[in-house]
Design a protein around this ligand. Structure first.
Ligand code: PBG
Length: 322
């Protein structure tokens, strides 16, 4: 045999030299849930190791994020009150707005991204306004743009609309520009699928729809070309980073987006993907560390530049340990 593939696999040092994909702490963003109130450190039952914090209890977590050199966090609000018009989403003193201001005050160097959506703030749990059982598009877009603006006014470094209404990236970009925030980037959840993998998150954020489902605005998991159209539109509307979500069942989408558009691609390693790993690890059925590193390496190999993951702190620690 002239070619023996195993020659380059025999020595660890050679394997290191020919390794094509490398996970790095610079790739990571940690999702953080901020709850109303004081002294809150509340475990999320469906996501072992994940907690809801009030602003005053966040410090221990953020200190770790900063110490490990994780570039940023994405903030989700858990408001105390909900209503039909999602008032808390764009209130100047809403849970995210106050949280972001406090975080930026204490950790000015930490990148704070905000998830822009209405679902945690509406009493019906949908990502937009509802009339006669239907989720309205254009009136929702106006409120989403107001929400993004209120986050940026509070100090958010980047906004990430996750609602999947049509035209929201353009509306957000236009409003931010009009208000003098033309330098604030938009990371759009561009190809976001109507996925069963979000179950544990809705438990964490209290954002499950009270009737129906999200299939009239989130994408059909069977579709790939549609994802490319979504990404193209968001880029036309001014998105700076595009996201594919979830990650594991959508690696082909990540690859196609990366090959088609030469822009930074983020992927969301979502709550259900986290919960699956945690449940199996708790039973001793899998090696959590090896599995997580393999999964995230797969996402990067598929073309992801940025990974939003609840494992961010673990991964940062594992990478540091080598
Ligand atoms: C808000 C939002 C969701 C997630 C991120 N932003 C939930 C949803 O669309 O129902 C899911 C994140 C996760 O599952 O980890 N729209």
């Amino acid at each position: 045999m002239r070619t023996r593939m195993r020659r380059l696999r025999r020595e660890p040092a050679v394997r290191r030299l020919v390794r094509e994909t490398r996970l790095d702490v610079d790739d990571l963003i940690l999702p953080v849930f901020i709850a109303e109130g004081r002294g809150v450190v509340e475990p999320v039952p469906s996501m072992p190791g994940v907690y809801r914090y009030s602003v005053d209890t966040l410090s221990a977590l953020l200190q770790e994020v900063v110490a490990f050199g994780i570039p940023g966090i994405i903030v989700f609000g858990v408001p105390a009150a909900k209503d039909a018009r999602a008032f808390g989403a764009y209130a100047a003193d809403g849970v995210v707005q106050r949280g972001v201001a406090a975080i930026k005050d204490r950790y000015p160097g930490l990148l704070v991204i905000t998830d822009v959506c209405l679902c945690a703030y509406t009493d019906h749990g949908h990502c937009g306004l509802v009339e006669n059982g239907a989720v309205l598009n254009d009136p929702s877009v106006e409120l989403l743009a107001e929400t993004a603006l209120s986050h940026v006014r509070a100090g958010a470094d980047m906004v990430a609309p996750s609602d999947m209404m049509d035209g929201r990236v353009g509306a957000i970009r236009a409003l931010l520009d009009a208000e003098g925030f033309e330098e604030v980037p938009v990371m759009s959840y561009a190809a976001k699928y109507a996925s069963a993998f979000y179950g544990p998150f809705r438990n964490a954020a209290g954002s499950a729809p009270q009737f129906g489902d999200r299939r009239s605005y989130q994408m059909d998991p069977a579709n790939a070309l549609e994802a490319l159209r979504e990404v193209a539109l968001d880029l036309e509307e001014g998105a700076d980073i595009v996201m594919v979500k979830p990650a594991l069942a959508y690696l082909d989408i990540i690859r196609r987006v990366k090959d088609t558009f030469e822009v930074p691609v983020a992927v969301y390693n979502v709550s259900g993907e986290y919960a699956l790993v945690k449940a199996a690890a708790q039973k001793g059925w899998i090696d959590e560390r090896a599995l997580v590193l393999e999964m995230l390496t797969g996402m990067k190999r598929a073309g992801a530049d940025i990974i939003l993951t609840y494992f961010a702190l673990d991964v940062a620690r594992w990478l540091e340990e080598g």
